[in-house]
Design a protein around this ligand. Structure first.
Ligand SMILES: NC(=O)c1ccc[n+]([C@@H]2O[C@H](COP(=O)([O-])OP(=O)(O)OC[C@H]3O[C@@H](n4cnc5c(N)ncnc54)[C@H](OP(=O)(O)O)[C@@H]3O)[C@@H](O)[C@H]2O)c1
Length: 339
C-alpha cells in the first residue's frame, strides 16, 4: 500500500467545449484533480499508457450514440493500462497491470469490477490497447465474421497503416487471402504496407482518384472491402466488388469532422448486380471472439506474420495533440500516450 501523502496531484484532460468540425486545442483543458479515498472494491491506478481512438470524436458531440457523450468540464474516458497503486479489492494486488476505461488522466480511482488484470510478462502493456486489444479484435471480427473472409479472396483495406487497418491486412494474409491491397495517406505509409507488412499492393489516396488507383491494383475486382474510411473509398470499393462481394463497414473517418452529412455512395445499385452485401459492425458485439483471436494473434506475433507498430506521444500535456494527430494521420499503427 502506498500512503496517501506519497501521491502527487493527478492531471487529467477535460472537454470544455464541444467541437464544431475539427476539434481545436481550446476545446480541451488540462486540469488537476484530487483523487477520492478508496471505497471497498476499488483500486487506485497510475496509468502507464493511454489510448486515443477515432470513436472519441463522436463522444465529443452531444448526440445519442452507442456510447454516451463526454460531459463538459469532466475528464474524458477511454481505454488505458495502468499499475495498481492501492487496492481494496480482492484479486487485485499492488503492482498488477490492469486494463480499464479511465484514460485521459495520470491516475484514477475506479471499481475493480471495471478493470481486468493483464499479463505484461506475456506482452507489453501497450499491446492490450492495440494488437491484443480492442483494435486487433475489431480487425479480426470484421474480417472473419462480418466479411466472412474466404481463402483466396482479394481484400481491400482502407486506413491500412492505422491500428485496425494494419492488423486487418496482415490477418487477411495470415488467413489465406489471395491478394491484399491497402490505402493510406502518405508515400511512407504505402511503402510500410508493402515492404514491412506484406500487403501485395497499396496506394496513397491523397494522390487522388481512389477509384482509378484501386482499379489499377485490383484489375479483376475485390471480394472483401474492410472500410475504415467511408466516402470516396466506399464508393470505389463497391465499384470493384465481384459476385458475392462483402463490405464490412468498420469506420468512416473521412466524415467524422464533417458539419454536413457526407454524400452517400452513388453506386449502391451495383450491389444488386453482384449480390453484394454491406454490413456495419461494432467490436463490442463480438467479444465472444476475443479468446480465439488472442490465441491466433499470439501465434502470428511469434511467427512474425503479425507486425504491430505504435506511435507513442509522451506526456499527458500532449494527449490532445496525440488525438488531433490521429485524426490528421500522424500515426503509423496504434496511437498511444504515455502520461
Ligand atoms: N466498428 C468498430 O467497432 C470500430 C472499432 C475500432 C475502430 N473503428 C474505426 O476504425 C477506423 C480505424 O480506427 P483506428 O483506431 O485503427 O485508427 P487509425 O487508423 O490508427 O487512425 C486513424 C487514421 O485515419 C486516417 N485518416 C484520417 N482522415 C482520413 C481521411 N479523410 N481519409 C482516409 N483516411 C483518413 C489517418 O491515416 P492516413 O495517414 O492514412 O490518412 C489516421 O492515421 C476508424 O474509422 C474507427 O472509427 C471501428
Amino acid at each position: 500500500m502506498t500512503a496517501p501523502d506519497q501521491r502527487t496531484p493527478a492531471r487529467e484532460v477535460r472537454l470544455v467545449s464541444r467541437p464544431h468540425g475539427w476539434p481545436q486545442p481550446t476545446d480541451f483543458e488540462l486540469a488537476t484533480s484530487d483523487l477520492p479515498e478508496l471505497a471497498d472494491g476499488q483500486l487506485r491506478v497510475r496509468n502507464e499508457v493511454i489510448s486515443v481512438d477515432p470513436y472519441m470524436r463522436g463522444r465529443m458531440n452531444d448526440t445519442r450514440s452507442y456510447v454516451p457523450p463526454f460531459q463538459l468540464g469532466e475528464a474524458m474516458e477511454g481505454a488505458a493500462v495502468g499499475v495498481v497503486q492501492e487496492s481494496r479489492a480482492s484479486g487485485y494486488d499492488v503492482g498488477d497491470h490492469v486494463l480499464h476505461q479511465l484514460g485521459w488522466r495520470e491516475e484514477a480511482v475506479l471499481d475493480a469490477a471495471a478493470a481486468r488484470v493483464v499479463d505484461t510478462d506475456a506482452a507489453p502493456a501497450s499491446a492490450y490497447l492495440g494488437v491484443l486489444g480492442m483494435t486487433g479484435l475489431t480487425a479480426y471480427a470484421g474480417l472473419t465474421r462480418v466479411a466472412r473472409l474466404q481463402q483466396g479472396d482479394v481484400v481491400f483495406v482502407s486506413g491500412a497503416a492505422g491500428a485496425v487497418g494494419s492488423v486487418a491486412g496482415q490477418v487477411a494474409r495470415a488467413l489465406g487471402a489471395g491478394r491484399v491491397i491497402g490505402s493510406a495517406g502518405s508515400a511512407e505509409k504505402v511503402a510500410h504496407l508493402v515492404d514491412e507488412l506484406g500487403f501485395d499492393a497499396a496506394f496513397n489516396y491523397k494522390d487522388g482518384d481512389v477509384a482509378g488507383q484501386l482499379a489499377e491494383l485490383a484489375p479483376d475486382g475485390i471480394d472483401v472491402y474492410f472500410d475504415n474510411v467511408g466516402g470516396d473509398h466506399l464508393e470505389a470499393a463497391i465499384g470493384r466488388l465481384r459476385q458475392g462481394g462483402r463490405v464490412a463497414i468498420c469506420g468512416a473517418i473521412s466524415s467524422y469532422n464533417d458539419t454536413e452529412p457526407a454524400p452517400g455512395p452513388r453506386n449502391l445499385a451495383r450491389l444488386i448486380q453482384v449480390r453484394g452485401t454491406v454490413t456495419g459492425f461494432l467490436v463490442s458485439d463480438h467479444q465472444d471472439l476475443a479468446q480465439e483471436y488472442a490465441g491466433l494473434a499470439a501465434q502470428w506475433l511469434a511467427s512474425g506474420q503479425l507486425d504491430s507498430r505504435e506511435t507513442v506521444v509522451e506526456g499527458i500535456e500532449h494527449a490532445v495533440d496525440a488525438f488531433l494527430g490521429l485524426l490528421r494521420g500522424d500515426n503509423t499503427g496504434k496511437m498511444l500516450v504515455r502520461p
